[in-house]
Design a protein around this ligand. Sequence first.
Ligand code: SF4
Length: 313
Amino acid sequence: MTVKELLQEILKLKQEKDVLILAHYYQPIEIQEIADYVGDSLGLSRTARKTNTEYIIFAGVDFMAETASIINQDKHVLIPNYESCCPMAAFLTPEIVKTYKKEHPGLPVVVYVNSTAAVKAESDICCTSSNAVKIVEKISKEFNTEAVLFGPDANLADYAEQLSGVKCLKMPDVGHCYVHSQIKPEHIINVRDIYPKAKLLVHPECKRDVRELSDFVGSTAQMYNRVKNSPSEEKEFIIGTEIGLLERMAQDFPNKNFYPVMDKVICFNMKKHSLELIKYVLEHLDDKAFEIKVPPEIAKRAITPIMRMLDYS
Ligand code: SF4
């Protein structure tokens, strides 16, 4: 089957069945094309919360599908490839959170959505890269503290602390995303030399020395909107995040030019889905092998911090 035939077949199956397909901006562009909604973690969670379909196929990493399942316990959330997981989530376990809570009683626990359901269950509130600053500000006010516990991304914790002025104690110090933390100041200096007129946009999962050399820091959706709302004289952009977002922008804004900040800014974990797998799942919606189910006792505790985040955003 050609890609075109696969796309047509998927669109046909999707129309016949009660399914919503969600895709993260880091998905391969052909998967973004067949999705009902493409967005960042926050937008995907909000869309999953609103849907009325019986099935949700989630083209993203496992924690995103888990979150959708937790807030839609009456629906079937399916992931085309269960090996698509986020290595950052492995930096934080419920035991680590419990230890930090014991050492810092009274401090609210903020966990990035890039975490397991069991870790979310130990938290007071979740956040995404687009609302981390706001969430840290609000929860520290609510708890009347000058600090919060924050994990697992140490770079996002640093960013939230820098912008909110609230101390973010990192759980743990070393949590990071391998895709964004490979970007170094020398890459920025090099790419700026090549494209001196381009605006440089980076993700808050990048290290502070990289963020400080950029023109804009934001989540994938915030970067997308920064380009969408840019004045017509701004024609060139250097994109400091996973290549899928650059591909989306190049398609949606053909009058602008986009350059990667360095070679191979690729999240291999996000790229584990394929059109073939999505077609197969659409043909086998009741095959439990694809369904994401969080144990009820964990889901019951994890839903509160997720809903709190959605209400605060
Ligand atoms: S880009 Fe980084 S944080 Fe996002 S899913 Fe991939 S490894 Fe995880």
